[in-house]
Design a protein around this ligand. Structure first.
Ligand SMILES: [Zn+2]
Length: 271
């Protein structure tokens, strides 16, 4: 079994979106500078005896012309030709139509941008994330960073969805690959994925349930972009305990410091 980390470029945004209040003013420092932060956009490929598993799909290649203007202005996406998601798959000789499982942490613009490629896969997504995304799309409101571009692309692809219901806390999809249902928090419904590797040990991809190590604390620090703040706290505590229980390394959603320490595809992997 091999775990590949796919470097899909960066987004750049005000750090207060990631850690609320990180540049709060004080009497000593009444006008602190804001921090314009680079964050990694990454995705994962796991090769198992039971087939290939993809976790998240980075940003759409059509972002420049089809993302809402506020996203391009708030958090511009920067990626080279070799970094875009489809190029990374090609570098690993992976054909999207042959991937067996895709696990979506959630359906935000920086995670669901290439989901429509996986027509032959079983797509795991939190049930509330899927139903609420489709509801808001139908109503034409409240989508924010769930974009019509991504939704229309994956609806047109007629994907094989596997909603993870609220009562399902874990789903094993292949030996050593476990979907973990985190519930609401960062978005309407979040999934994590645990990968247990013989040599490298266990990893827990939590995506934006914890953007970066700063969010885990202690104390737990909420981000500036959040759907359910109490859910975020509950999830952060759960992840901390779960990772300790399984002796798993937490892979944060957008932590540039951690990202710089990871082995990156196509030249390196965890096994
Ligand atoms: Zn994200």
């Amino acid at each position: 079994m091999k775990l590949y980390v796919l470097d899909n470029g960066i987004q750049r945004l005000d750090k207060s979106f990631l850690v609320a209040g990180c540049t709060n003013a004080t009497l000593d420092n009444p006008n602190p500078a804001t921090i314009w932060q680079d964050i990694p956009i990454h995705s994962f490929l796991v090769e198992t005896d039971a087939g290939q598993v993809v976790f998240d799909t980075a940003c759409s290649p059509y972002f420049a012309s089809k993302w809402p203007e506020f996203i391009l202005n708030q958090s511009p996406y920067i990626a080279s030709e070799e970094q875009v998601f489809t190029s990374r798959l090609q570098q690993l000789n992976v054909k999207p139509e042959e991937v067996k499982y895709v696990v979506m942490s959630h359906l935000h613009v920086d995670h669901a941008g290439n989901l429509g490629l996986f027509r032959g896969a079983e797509i795991f997504v939190n049930d509330a994330e899927l139903t609420t995304t489709l509801r808001q799309y139908a109503l034409g409101e409240g989508l924010n960073v769930h974009t019509p571009l991504d939704i229309e692309t994956f609806l047109a692809a007629k994907l094989h969805w596997r909603p993870v219901l609220a009562e399902e806390s874990e789903v094993t999809i292949a030996p050593g690959v476990t979907v973990v249902n985190l519930g609401s928090g960062h978005s309407w419904g979040m999934l994590a994925m645990r990968v247990d590797l013989p040599k490298s040990g266990s990893f827990l991809m939590v995506a934006d349930a914890l953007y970066m190590r700063d969010n885990l604390g202690p104390p737990i620090q909420v981000p500036g972009i959040i759907h359910d703040s109490l859910g975020f706290f509950r999830t952060a505590k759960f992840i901390d305990a779960y990772a300790k229980k399984h002796n798993a390394t937490i892979l944060f959603g957008h932590d540039i410091e951690q990202f710089r320490t990871l082995k990156l595809a196509p030249n390196a992997y965890y096994d």
